[in-house]
Design a protein around this ligand. Structure first.
Ligand code: MLT
Length: 315
């Protein structure tokens, strides 16, 4: 494939640009473009590389008359209109492995924070209060963690939280019970999982089958005080139902990194973020120096493989 000019439209680690330039590919970095601006700019490029901020819409893809590849430095491709790209025979690449450890570690951090009230207790102490009773927590030892989605991230979460003494149960439509058993996850159906779980963490893509997966009906079939964690994608958990469950006390806390709308502006999401039992972070799952270098290199390597320019990256 003939790729001469690449546009990097989000802040991807410089390792991406360095590697492409090493193989004499011309690279420009232009960030925070509107759909209008990107549709104009894209006309001059053979490939586009994005992270999460840029939405690659049908309009952008249509305008890219030279466009042959869209690379996502990250796992999900939900900010790229894959149907529009496929219709125009534009290849869409992603880097599913590079972020896994970082997303897993943030998940574990949110679980441990929820158990011991680290964030609210710290905020309270900084505000001059000394409230030991209010922030008493519970042990994770002996508690049950349900992992929905047993791919790379789900598996890593299971292994780490088992070290804390948690029992791990889970479900994934494309992982077998035998495979799950290999990393000590008891494979159960959704109906069996909900009433058993003390903590539920989701590690699935956002697809029609997972949209609103955690909803009012599911929350009602959970144990009282269940904790919910989402470092995967906004929309997997119904934010309005989760907010109701937090208000009623059915849900005892939530750790949330991703939102239906990012950055969030709608009232429900803002109320959810502000809720005293919620630890909220601004989509930081992949935001570590290690993960960013990994995905930057991976996306460039895949692009180079397509050009056939360099033997070491040709699959
Ligand atoms: C991913 O899909 O891997 C992450 O959401 C990437 C990111 O944070 O940009």
């Amino acid at each position: 494939m003939d790729i001469k000019k690449v546009l990097v439209a989000d802040a991807v680690d410089s390792a991406c640009v360095e590697l492409l330039r090493k193989y004499n590919i011309e690279v420009d970095c232009k960030y925070k473009l509107t759909e209008e601006q990107l549709s104009e700019e894209i006309k001059a490029y053979d490939a586009l590389i994005v992270r999460s901020d840029t939405k690659v819409t049908p309009k952008v893809i249509q305008a890219g008359q030279r466009l042959k590849v869209i690379g996502r430095a990250g796992a999900g491709v939900d900010n790229i209109d894959v149907t529009a790209a496929t219709n125009r025979k534009v290849v869409v690449l992603n880097t599913p492995g590079g972020n896994a450890i970082s997303a897993c570690e943030l998940t574990c951090a949110l679980i441990t924070n929820l158990a011991r009230n680290v964030v609210p207790a710290s905020v309270s102490l900084k505000a001059g209060k000394w409230d030991r009773k209010l922030y008493a927590g519970h042990e994770l030892y002996g508690k049950t963690l349900a992992i929905i989605g047993l791919g790379r991230i789900g598996k890593e979460v299971a292994l780490r939280m088992q070290a804390w003494g948690m029992k791990t149960i889970g479900y994934d439509p494309i992982v077998s019970a035998e495979e799950a058993k290999e990393f000590n996850v008891e494979y159960l159906s959704y109906e069996q999982i909900w009433p058993k779980a003390d903590y539920i963490t989701v590690h699935t893509p956002l697809i029609p089958a997972t949209r609103n997966l955690i909803n009012a009906k599911v929350l009602n079939s959970c144990k009282n005080n269940v904790k919910i964690i989402n470092v995967a994608r906004g929309g997997i958990i119904n934010e309005s139902d989760l907010l109701d469950a937090l208000k009623s006390g059915k849900c005892g806390g939530a750790g949330i990194d991703v939102y239906e709308q990012e950055p969030p502006t709608n009232e429900v999401t803002l109320q959810l973020i502000a809720h005293e039992k919620v630890v909220a972070t601004p989509h930081l799952g992949a935001s570590t120096s290690e993960a960013q270098v990994r995905v930057a290199v991976e996306v460039s390597e895949q692009l180079l493989a397509l050009t056939g320019k360099c033997k070491e990256y040709t699959s």
